[in-house]
Structures are given as C-alpha cells and as structure tokens.
Write a protein that binds this ligand. Structure first.
Ligand code: NI
Length: 136
C-alpha cells in the first residue's frame, strides 16, 4: 500500500532533481524518490553487514597472461558466496563473466573489489539487491 507524504525542497535542488529524473527515465518524482530511498537503505544494509544478493560483471581480454586462472582461483576462494558464474565470449578477444553472489555484504564487496582489481580486467561492476528484510 502506498502512503503519501510531503517533501519540501529548495528551488534549485528541485530543478536539479527534475533534470536527474529526466536523465534517469523516471516517470515522476515519487518513483525517483522511492528508488533513491531503496538504494540508500541498501547502502545502510551493506554497512550493517546484512546478507545480500548481487551480480558481479567482469569484462576482460582472455589473451592476457594468466588472467583467466587468477579470476577462477579467486572465485574458488569465495566459493561460499558464489551461486553461479556464466562466461560469455563477447568477441574474438573479450569475455564477459557474470557472477551471481549471495552472502554478507562486506564479503561480496570484497570479492567484487578483488576481481575488479586484477590486472587486465577492463570493467568490473557490482550490483547489489536486497529484499528490504533478512533473507530466510
Ligand atoms: Ni571468453
């Protein structure tokens, strides 16, 4: 059930917020505010050390010496946090690896940071999701 409440903002902050809404394709202010609140609550959970689920995406050139081995080895070190990993051959050189993770936020963040820091990884992102409560 949706509840209404009133938000007061300074003029220029509202102008900035409306342009943010436009560039992020939100339909209205309420939708944008809901999304921002959820995101900041997820951030809070990270800090509180709750359990989260997430997706790590890596892009790398598989020709890079021993890169594939390093990525695999690191994933084995964190095997308790990894639910599944999918490897996609993007083109002749580049690979995309999508790793679905679940665990304590701090641990998942550590894995994502370590994978992204491996030399030769061109892009590494972590997207975290939460149900808003504890995972049972
Ligand atoms: Ni590949």
């Amino acid at each position: 059930m949706l509840k209404r409440f009133t938000v007061s903002l300074e003029d220029d902050l509202l102008v900035e917020f409306d342009s943010y809404i436009k560039s992020h394709q939100y339909n209205n202010r309420s939708e944008a505010i809901r999304d921002l609140i959820r995101k900041s609550l997820i951030m809070e959970e990270w800090e509180a050390g709750k359990e989260v689920v997430g997706v790590i995406s890596l892009v790398y050139d598989h020709h890079q010496y021993q890169l594939q081995e390093r990525i695999t080895e690191l994933q084995h070190d964190f095997h308790h946090q990894i639910i599944s990993a999918t490897h996609i051959h993007m083109d002749h050189d580049n690979c995309l690896e999508v790793i679905i993770v679940r665990g304590m936020a701090a641990k998942v963040k550590e894995l994502a940071a370590k994978l992204s820091a491996i030399r030769g990884v061109k892009d590494g992102t972590l997207n975290m999701s939460s149900t808003g409560g504890d995972l049972h």
